[in-house]
Design a protein around this ligand. Structure first.
Ligand SMILES: [Zn+2]
Length: 256
């Protein structure tokens, strides 16, 4: 299982001029994040880096069924202020997907700046690419997709001095061309926002991710942690992937 998070902050920290595109509705408090991670650990889940998680996909499922990787999208400053201390206190590795053209100081001040990004490595956190400008990749030409995927990777690698091996599709949008370009650009895998399914070597370029409710106490939250139920939901997730892969840029345009 791969966990997907966005903002980690308290309600009063949501900016007055928050824009819908910034996704503040996907937020949980530092205490809720701490609680979720502890609950999973107590339930027998083992936290690994995304790298280790993807490498383990080659193993038989029973040997990797309780592995969990933690990811955050967008590179928000609140991740640095609130999520990193929680992760560090529990010695949990994580990946933060950063928009290379929206690093604070360059463009948006609610994101981490380059100094903070450089510090992450020391805390066991790796940086992944979330493209250069956070576009709907499903609507772009091949040339634009190459620019977003190849150049964001190069920019982030140059900034951090570390390999950038993973990508997360903005808004979870992708198609066949996006997937092929991600592989050609050298990414070892890419994350979607489709959830509730079992990852396999086949899903390497649309890795399924899970989101729990903040208190992690609903029936659905419980079902997400059950092996059999996750397998039962496979078909639905696969159908969604096939639908996305088939889309051409124009169809993407009409869909959203
Ligand atoms: Zn995003």
């Amino acid at each position: 299982m791969i966990l997907m998070y966005h903002h980690v902050c308290r309600d009063h920290e949501v900016p007055q001029d928050a824009r819908p595109i910034e996704g503040w509705e996907y937020r949980l408090s530092p205490e809720q994040l701490d609680h979720q991670l502890q609950k999973l650990r107590r339930g027998g889940w083992k936290f690994v880096s995304l790298q280790e998680y993807v490498a383990a996909l080659a193993l038989p499922f029973r040997r990797r069924s309780r592995l969990v990787a933690v990811t955050f999208d967008d590179g928000w400053l609140d991740n640095y202020e609130h999520a990193v201390p929680v992760l560090e206190s529990q010695s949990i590795p994580a990946t933060i997907f950063v928009v290379s053209g929206e690093i604070a100081g360059v463009a948006v001040d609610r994101r981490m700046n380059s100094e903070q990004l450089l510090n992450l490595h020391r805390h066991g956190i790796e940086i992944g690419s979330h493209t250069r400008t956070h576009p709907n990749l499903g609507m772009l030409s091949r040339e634009q997709i190459v620019d977003e995927l190849v150049n964001s990777r190069a920019e982030l690698q140059q900034l951090t001095g570390h390999a950038v091996d993973f990508l997360a599709y903005p808004g979870g949008r992708f198609n066949q061309c996006v997937v092929e370009t991600a592989a050609e650009a050298g990414y070892a895998g890419a994350c979607s926002v489709i959830g509730f399914a079992r990852n396999s070597p086949e899903s390497r370029y649309w890795l399924y991710r899970d989101v729990f409710t903040n208190a992690m106490n609903t029936v659905t939250d419980w079902l997400r942690r059950q092996r059999c139920f996750r397998s039962l939901r496979q078909q639905r997730a696969r159908a969604r992937v096939q639908e996305l892969l088939r889309q051409t840029p124009t169809e993407g345009l009409t869909e959203t």
